[in-house]
Design a protein around this ligand. Sequence first.
Ligand SMILES: Cc1ncc(COP(=O)(O)O)c(C=O)c1O
Length: 370
Amino acid sequence: MLAAHDQARLDALYESMSRASQEALGYPVARDFDYAPLYRFLQFPSNNIGDPFQASTYRVGTREMEREVIDFFAALFRAPHDDYWGYVTNGGTEGNLYGLYLAREMYPNGIVYFSEDTHYSVAKNVHFLGLRHIMIRSQPNGEIDYEDLEESVRLHRDVPAIIFANIGTTMKEGRDDIRRIQEILKKLVVQERYVHSDAAFCGPFAQFLDPKPAFDFAEGADSIAMSGHKFIGAPMPCGVVIARKRNVERIGRSIGYIGSMDTTITGSRNAFTPLLLWYAIRMMGEQGLRKRLARCQEIAQYAVEGMNARGIAAWRNANALTVVFPRVSETLKSKWQLATQDAISHLIVAPGTEPVLIDALIADIVKEQT
Ligand SMILES: Cc1ncc(COP(=O)(O)O)c(C=O)c1O
């Protein structure tokens, strides 16, 4: 039995996480999930080691459900039905690393282009992979500056181009248009090219926006990564990466020890998170995702209007769930867990963010200003 003081620490931690979870407004995580029916699966030493599309000698896993998750998102992202592959990752960062890894295997001497608003992990991933990169200017709304991109690629037309596009930047939810990017590459006759879409937050809903951002396979993506714990919601980080199968085939190695192909970044892989994502998409379906999006959009607009009405210069990109406003004090940043960078802070309306929280934040900001 756990010692009394350890039990007390656990109880205190529970209370503190419970409170913190209610007051988190700055990070893109849904909080309205209930996975209680899946708790019984936590009693197994589960592991989806190896390739989800191949059986492994180790059978305590959830590969079948993982494949259904991949099929769902491949269809949502309009991947070619006979040429896609994917797996459930530890999060957006791993999916982005995977896309860049495939790109490097195709074009080891390629240059990676990404905007200055790109998530901090990408520069590190590029460094891991030993790839050259060029950082491109961003527009004020967070979207890549296409002229700067064109100019930079023009100077290196003899080198394969690996484009890392943001489908929702971390701070402003700016969305790069990969159709426009593909046009630039075609115009410059850069035939050796690879485009990865980082749809960490927006992946599960970008397809339902009007106008729809250009980010999917039909529009020229070679791989797409998203996080599972953000818009969908999960009690632990997870994600999905979808890529073109023929690009994955060039990296796979058959491993006798696991009786499967080594196509993923890590060896042992979480078998519980595919189950969470499977349960979520089965419970919600496309209709449920659309409904969640509509509710979040309403609340994001409510937040912008509420802030503007009280003299706070808040704004959001068209259809974005991220509301940007002038940097708040350290006290409010810490109280509301508001991601803050340079002169701006933001709040993100993820499913489960209720208007009362927005009202309370606005009241706090106004109180500090008076
Ligand atoms: C645009 C973008 N890409 C990648 C990531 C990393 O995703 P994860 O935290 O799931 O690894 C984030 C996280 O916020 C993000 O905003």
